[in-house]
Design a binder for this molecule. Structure first.
Ligand code: ATP
Ligand code: MG
Length: 222
């Protein structure tokens, strides 16, 4: 039964697909049998792999497209050790079904003033899911930030005051993250800072998950 990480935010363009693919690549490169699930029928990752996959750019990203399974609950029976579900924005009804099978919900947010309000709708859905499944872990990751973005400290405090875990790892706005969607993953680049950020994020999530259920043969936190 795979561990399932769902990447969700009802707002578009916060980096769900970017983080889903890069985290899948990170875990695959660390001896974990990982796959990314594109929850969107006409999903962005599915289209990317269909367009560029034959050029072997996505060799370490095993994709499970939406049309390859019936219900999200079917995913719990898969053989992979770890699944990352990339969700499209505005998917509220299916999102509850996905949260039900998830071990970890990762919510990427930008660190702007309006982003602090935009995250509320997703947090409400997560709170509903937590009432039914209190074992699910939730973490917010600040994405597309910069050293100049002073508001990232405030958004962190605001969420922590609401007892929402904000991960230590932060993902900065870097051109290589834009390229990573076309190149397969950030690990195909020479951007050491970007690689370190995804590595830190992947390790931090895994450490939180392993407090609950250790993954066999995991090298990623060694
Ligand atoms: N850390 C980053 N640095 C620079 N660009 C980024 C970063 N994260 C994401 N982007 C860019 O922001 C845009 C939106 O990212 P992405 O498609 O991953 O968001 P999304 O949440 O999946 O959007 P949607 O909800 O529409 O599916 C893309 O052009 C991506 O390359
Ligand atoms: Mg997306």
């Amino acid at each position: 039964m795979p561990i399932i990480i769902t990447v969700a935010h009802q707002k578009g363009g916060v980096g769900k697909s970017t983080l889903s693919t890069n985290l899948t690549s990170y875990y695959s490169r660390n001896e974990i049998n990982a796959a990314v699930v594109d929850a969107d029928v006409q999903g962005s990752i599915t289209s990317l792999v269909a367009t560029y996959g034959e050029e072997n750019r996505f060799h370490d990203i095993h994709l499970i497209p939406r049309n390859s399974f019936n219900n999200f609950s079917d995913l719990s029976a898969r053989e992979e050790e770890l699944l990352i579900i990339d969700t499209p924005p505005y998917l509220s009804s299916n999102l509850q079904e996905i949260f039900r099978i998830s071990d970890y919900i990762l919510i990427p947010t930008k660190a702007g003033v309006f982003d602090m309000f935009a995250i509320e709708g997703t947090l409400d859905l997560v709170e509903d899911a937590l009432k039914a499944h209190p074992q699910v872990q939730v973490g917010v990751v600040i994405n597309m930030t910069s050293k100049a973005e002073k508001f990232r400290h405030e958004i962190r405090q605001h969420l922590q005051a609401r007892e929402i875990d904000v991960l230590q790892a932060e993902i900065f706005k870097r051109i290589e993250f834009q390229r990573s969607l076309l190149n397969g993953s950030i690990f195909e680049s020479n951007d050491k800072k970007a690689i370190a950020e995804i590595t830190a994020l992947g390790e931090e999530i895994l450490a939180k998950l392993q407090e609950e259920a250790p993954l066999e043969n995991s090298q990623a936190t060694n």
